[in-house]
Design a protein around this ligand. Sequence first.
Ligand code: PMP
Length: 433
Amino acid sequence: RSVPQLQSLSTADLSSILQDVQRRYDAFRQRALALDLTRGKPASEQLDLSSALLGLPGEDDFLAADKTDTRNYGVLQGLPELRALLAPLFGTVPVQMVIGDNSSLALMHDAIAYSLLKGTVGSERPWVREPRVAFLCPVPGYDRHFSICQDFGIEMIPVPLNADGPDMDVVERLVGEDAAIKGMWCVPKYSNPSGAVYSDAVVERLAAMTTAAPDFRIFWDNAYAVHHLTDERIEIPSLIDACARHGHPHRAFVFGSTSKVTLAGAGVALFASSAENVKWFLGRMGKRSIGGDKVNQLRHVRALRDTAGLLALMDRHRAIVAPKFAAVADAFAAHLGGTGVASWLVPKGGYFISLDVLDGCARDFVKAAKDAGVELTPAGATHPLGQDPHDRTVRIAPTFPDLATVKVAAEGVALSALLVTTSALLAGRGVTT
Ligand code: PMP
């Protein structure tokens, strides 16, 4: 059943819709379910796709292509054959890439810590010696990026994220006038949580813009570079190349990992940038470690074989994940389509959908969903300091539960959103429910 544009209805018609929604919501709640759509974890069926890793490289297989013994210390930058496999997917070349820990978040954290303590290429002084350090945060965004800034006392300046990337008029103005802005978070493809994909024009403007800070860095977290949900494998331009072309060769810090390609927490992570930045990063990293886990790197090479092998694996992930996203999109379209009280992008990749409800309704919506047995990420988590000034955006993570569960949960989510927004519309007209 479809609901009409709610704002335009008479109060009597709206009240009768609310009664109907309340009845359906109550029926759902009475099922007393306990469903969880909070975190973007791969389902165990996806992890099974990489079971072979658990037996690799095998007792007799420990030599890298150049005969390096992976069981021993060394090769700080990571195995060249794994860098060669990953580089084309992240818009770089193997020599401009470092394979680091098991987690890209750890590398982002380190890049910030190094910049704060030591400064980075082109810094006048370590960032901690600056009177203020600020990062631009396109919103909605990833809560763990914001937590790093919060933890280090970095000021966060929200900028609107549209379907094709951040509002560049705002970004250009801010970075042009405020030298305290040293960085900016970007999830350029299938963004967490809205699914936005940066357009070529946005990438170009990010690379070209003039910044007041000489050592401004774009933290390009391409976490979902290969996580397509449709036949269209969307490609975005290389930020590293674009920055070099515009005379800002050191602006791009690129991050990625195989957390959602192979095993989350037991994958490999990467940093890519200009040759000089890579040297800078390795200089710091070499104090922290004698070398990464090359045995893990080697087993990744054995399991994935080559770039095409990795993309073929991602097709198998897609077969598992895409129906779950379709279930959510279908439930939203069925219950919320055309109502004018909620909006969302149907993502073409990544791990999340975000639902924007009427201003002031997100917290109540999350609470209503919880009461109905569906746990959602807390409202506000998509914004710095957990504060969504419009109380509007809610992140939905449909990958972890099985498909049947996602279908039911999506129904509960859509009913909760409809209930809360309809009540809010009536309250706005002085009708308390
Ligand atoms: N960046 C983004 C945008 C993410 O969504 C996630 C996982 N939720 C990560 C980074 C974490 O990646 P890793 O496991 O490589 O630390």
